[in-house]
Design a protein around this ligand. Structure first.
Ligand code: NAD
Length: 492
C-alpha cells in the first residue's frame, strides 16, 4: 500500500501525530492506501504556510496575468494526467471510471476559465457626489481560504473552489474527504509542476473533527468554502460565524424531476433514470423525487422500471458498468435504513429494495437500484437526502400541485422539468425554488454557469463569473484632490 504525505509550504510532510489511516476501495472493501491522519498541529503548519505565501511570498508579486497563466498551465497538466487521476478516484470512491474520467477531462476548463478571469478583476471609478474628491474601488483577495470537500466528486468539487480562489489571488488550505484523499494528494504534485510558488496550495488530510474544525476556526483563515452534507454545513457555518468569516456552502438536496403529460416520455424516462441511478445516486443534484403528472403516471412507471432493470452493476473500473458500489460502509447502511423506513411508512417498493447480491458485485457495498411508488410528500423518504440509488415517485394533478410538492422540502439545489410547452417551461423555471432548473435535460453543469443552492442547499455560487466574487472583497479608496482643508468637525 502506498503511504502518502501531506503538502505544506511546498514540502511533502508526515503528519505531526505520526498516524495514518486506511483508504478502502469500495468495490473490493479492501484497504489500498495509507492516508496521513492530520491534527490541529498540522492545521497550524498548513495555515501558517498559506499565510506566509499570501503575505510574504512571490505570489503577491505576480501580475494577475501571470497568475492566470499558472492556472492555465495547471489545466494542461490535469488534462495530460486525466486517466491516471480518474483511475485513482474510482479506486478510492467507487464511482464509475467512465464518470470520473469525463470529470477529469472537463476539470481543466475551470482552470482555463478562471485563469482567463484573473486579469479581468476590475474596480470602478465612481463619479462621487463630493467635489474635489476622487473615489475608486479595488477588488482584493481575502487571504487564506479553507476549502473543504466531500468524497463524491473529489477533484471536480475542489476545482470549483481552487480555480476562482487562486484566480482572485488568495492562497488555499484544502482538506479533502477522509474517504477520498488519495486523488487530492496525487493532484498536489501538479501545483509544483505548474510553477505555483510554495505554500499557495496546501493539502491536509484527516477527519472532520480533527482537521476540519481547527481549520474552520483558525484565526488566520479568512473564508471557508465548504461542500458536504447540510448538517456538517450548519456546524461549519456556526463555527465560521464566531470568527465573522464569510462562507460558501454547497450542501445537499432532494431535487424533484417533474414530468408533465405533454413531455417526450422517452427522453423523460432516460432523464429520470440518469438523475437518480447515475453515480449510484451519490450526487448532490440527484433527482431523488420523480413527480409524475397523473395522466402519464402508470405508463411512465412501467417504462422507468423497464429501463432501470437493465442497469448493469459491477466493477466501476469497467467501462460497461452503469451502477457501481456505494462509497462507504456507513453510507451503504444509511441507504438500507432509508429503504426500511420507506417500506414502514407505506411506500410501495417496485424495484430493488435491498443490498445487491449479484456475482458481479463481488464483496463491494452495492445497493439495488430502488424505486418506490405511492410516496406521499409527508414521508421521510420524500424529504430527506438518501444519497443513494433510491427514487421516490409522487403523483400530481396539476401545475400548482407540482410546484407545491417540489418546493415543499427544506432543500433547493436543483429541479428538472419535462414538457414540450414553452409556457410550462418558463412558468416552472420561475416558480421552482432551486438554484438550478433543467428543462428537458438533467445533470448538466459547466464552468460558465453559476451553481449553488436555495434554502438549506447552501449559500453562494460556484462556477460562472459570479464565483470569483466569492473570493474577493471590495475596498473603497478616497483621494482628496481639492487642495482645501475641510472643517474637521463635520462628515466630509
Ligand atoms: P460531509 O458533510 O460528511 O463531509 C464533507 C467534508 O466535511 C469532509 O471533508 C469532512 O471531513 C468534512 N467535515 C466533517 N465534519 C466536519 C466538521 N465538523 N468541521 C469541518 N469539516 C468537517 O459530506 P460527505 O458525506 O463527504 O458528502 C456528501 C454530502 O455532500 C451530501 O450531503 C451531498 O449532497 C453534499 N454535496 C453537495 C454538493 C453541492 O455542490 N451542493 C456537491 C457534492 C456533495
Amino acid at each position: 500500500m502506498n503511504k502518502y504525505q501531506m503538502l505544506m509550504g511546498g514540502a511533502w510532510v508526515d503528519p505531526a501525530g505520526g498516524a495514518w489511516f486506511e483508504s478502502v476501495n469500495p468495490f473490493t472493501a479492501q484497504p489500498w492506501a495509507l492516508v496521513p491522519r492530520g491534527t490541529k498541529e498540522d492545521v497550524d503548519r498548513a495555515v501558517g504556510a498559506a499565510k506566509t505565501a499570501f503575505y510574504d511570498g512571490d505570489w503577491r508579486k505576480l501580475t494577475a496575468t501571470a497568475r492566470g497563466a499558472l492556472l492555465r498551465k495547471l489545466g494542461d497538466l490535469i488534462a495530460a494526467d486525466a486517466d491516471r487521476l480518474a483511475t485513482i478516484e474510482t479506486t478510492d470512491n467507487g464511482k464509475l471510471f467512465a464518470e470520473m474520467r469525463a470529470q477529469l477531462n472537463y476539470i481543466p476548463q475551470w482552470f482555463y476559465y478562471f485563469g482567463g478571469l484573473a486579469d479581468k478583476i476590475e474596480g470602478r471609478v465612481i463619479p462621487i457626489d463630493k467635489p474635489g474628491v476622487f473615489n475608486f474601488t479595488r477588488e482584493e483577495p481575502l487571504g487564506v481560504i479553507a476549502a473543504i470537500t466531500p468524497w463524491n466528486s473529489p477533484l471536480l468539487l475542489a476545482a470549483w473552489k481552487l480555480a476562482p480562489a487562486l484566480a482572485a489571488g488568495n492562497t488555499v488550505v484544502w482538506k479533502p474527504s477522509e474517504y477520498s484523499s488519495v486523488s487530492a494528494l496525487e493532484f498536489g504534485a501538479l501545483f509544483e509542476k505548474a510553477g505555483f510558488p510554495k505554500g499557495v496550495v496546501n493539502i491536509i488530510t484527516g477527519y472532520g473533527n480533527e482537521v476540519g474544525e481547527p481549520l474552520v476556526t483558525h484565526r488566520d483563515v479568512a473564508k471557508v468554502a465548504f461542500t458536504g452534507g447540510d448538517r456538517t454545513g450548519e456546524q461549519v457555518y456556526q463555527m465560521a460565524a464566531r470568527g465573522i468569516k464569510p462562507v460558501t456552502l454547497e450542501l445537499g438536496g432532494k431535487s424533484a424531476n417533474i414530468v408533465f403529460d405533454d413531455a417526450d416520455l422517452d427522453s423523460a424516462v432516460k432523464g429520470v433514470v440518469s438523475g437518480i441511478f447515475a453515480a449510484t445516486g451519490q450526487t448532490c443534484i440527484a433527482g431523488s423525487r420523480a413527480l409524475l403528472h397523473r395522466p402519464i403516471h402508470d405508463e411512465f412507471v412501467e417504462r422507468l422500471l423497464a429501463l432501470a432493470k437493465t442497469a448493469r452493476m459491477g466493477n466501476p473500473l469497467e467501462l460497461s458498468t452503469q451502477v457501481g458500489p456505494v462509497t462507504t460502509r456507513p453510507q451503504y447502511e444509511k441507504i438500507l435504513d432509508y429503504i426500511r423506513i420507506a417500506k414502514t411508512e407505506g411506500a410501495e417498493c417496485r424495484l430493488g429494495g435491498g443490498p445487491a447480491e449479484r456475482p458481479e458485485c463481488g464483496s463491494g457495498w452495492f445497493v439495488e437500484p430502488t424505486v418506490f411508488t405511492g410516496v406521499a410528500p409527508r414521508m421521510r423518504i420524500a424529504n430527506e437526502e438518501v444519497f443513494g440509488p433510491v427514487l421516490s415517485i409522487i403523483p400530481f394533478e396539476d401545475e400548482d400541485e407540482a410546484v407545491g410538492v417540489a418546493n415543499s422540502t427544506v432543500y433547493g439545489l436543483a429541479a428538472g422539468v419535462w414538457t414540450t410547452s414553452i409556457r410550462r417551461a418558463l412558468m416552472m423555471s420561475e416558480r421552482l425554488e432551486a438554484g438550478t432548473v433543467w428543462v428537458n435535460t438533467y445533470r448538466a453543469v459547466s464552468y460558465m454557469s453559476p451553481f449553488g443552492g436555495y434554502k438549506r442547499s447552501g449559500i453562494g455560487r460556484e462556477s460562472g463569473s459570479e464565483a470569483i466574487r466569492e473570493y474577493l472583497q471590495t475596498k473603497s479608496v478616497w483621494i482628496d484632490i481639492s487642495g482645501n482643508s475641510p472643517n474637521p468637525f463635520v462628515l466630509r
